[in-house]
Design a protein around this ligand. Sequence first.
Ligand code: BDR
Ligand code: CA
Length: 313
Amino acid sequence: MRLIIDTDTAGDDTYSLLLAMRTPGSTLEAVTVCVGNVPFDQQVENALATIEAAGFSGKVPVYLGARRPMVKPWEASTMHGNDGMSGANPPLARQRPETQHAVDAIIERIMAEPGEIDILAQAPLTNIALAVMKEPRIAKATRHLWIMGGTDNSVGNITPCAEYNFFIDPEAARIVFEAGFDITLSTWTLTMRSSLFEGDQLDEIFAMKTPLSEFYRKVSSTPRQMAEARYGRPISTHPDSLTCACALNPALIEKARDAVVRIETAGEITRGFSAIHPAKLGNRWPEYSVNARVIEQASNSGFFEMMKRALSS
Ligand code: BDR
Ligand code: CA
């Protein structure tokens, strides 16, 4: 499959890029960078460094997109350390970013080959919203849009009601969910259910001692320490890379349901909340139709095997 990844490159975003580059049968066509985890230019360097670490220097173009969300000022996350790489400090990559804007690159690539390319959106949805505002036909011309964001009517990771990507730019998320894309949604709720690597799995990765497993060990260290403090055991979370794995290998998806998904933009307490109304309950929002498939369960062991293969050299 052919994929464009829209990313706020830090921590788990990088493993998602590694998966897309190193999974047989997958082609990472382009990387577009969006406001999100850490300062914008740092995210660009993190994307370029990841491409270099994977041995793909010069093969995957990186485009610069939105530097801020649509409406409200942005709040950087401290989850992945100040550099977004847990201080791993990879060498400056030889490859430099493209001059074309990310929004134009998305539109040009999707419209050049309608129905051929998937997009994985693993950052706030600002770039995708801007692209579909500029060229609405990309909604139908994108083969499939995989989104990491929101919660499945459960507790978020930035506020009790919201997950980070949707909280940072709920206006953009709303535009994207109302644009007519064929969407699969992978939520923070799914992350906590299906993406965790426990201590024995982490030991297995660290024992591989390959350059990429070392890359993973270093880049994951700050969020692992935070997770250990919060959950009382050594775990690592993979919201973006699990979403990427499901895109590359949909057989990992064990349970999903069609739903109407709406994003709260006005709520005093609930800004960024993703309201997910399962279609099977009968539509109590008759003015809205089903606009997404929401993953409820994915294979943790299948995901782990894909990740190990990606980190194996
Ligand atoms: C999402 O927010 C970011 O911190 C991660 O990169 C991921 O995309 C998880 O809520
Ligand atoms: Ca991300």
